[in-house]
Design a protein around this ligand. Sequence first.
Ligand SMILES: [Zn+2]
Length: 176
Amino acid sequence: MYGKLVEVANGVYAYIQGRGEWFVNNIGLVVGEDYAFVVDSASSESRAREVIEKFREVTDKDFRILVNTHGHPDHVWTNHLFNGVTVAHEVARQETLMAFVEVYQSLFPDLEFSGARITPQDITFEKRMKLYADTEILISHPGVAHTKGDCYVYLPQKKVVFCGDCSSQNPAHLLP
Ligand SMILES: [Zn+2]
């Protein structure tokens, strides 16, 4: 086990990956009464299995909904392992479809992408949407930021925002 799970608010967790320098994202978890909500997946099956193992230490609820903050491989390539309905901005879905595993493997031959799969999202939105996993979850597209299809995930009652990779690129666009 390389990463660590941090409870950032009551029932809200961030999995901080602990190995590698490229294709290393952090993954969010919101545990509701009936189901769990996930923010982003990982770039390989071994990374995703670590995440799921850690999540299972704090909940046995289904990962019913998974939102991708954008279409980069480290955020989408193991969506299928969470077995939930997937959500992303319409452009992020298009970018997901263009990120071929074989191309990235040839560009980054030393990285491990085993089990990676392109699984385009089930539901898309243009500007914003709200979900409710006991707590309100606002998913909002701030405009072009880190990619053309970013969103951030804001939990107002929990005072938590999952920024994906926007945070280092364009913080002025974040928060309502
Ligand atoms: Zn990215």
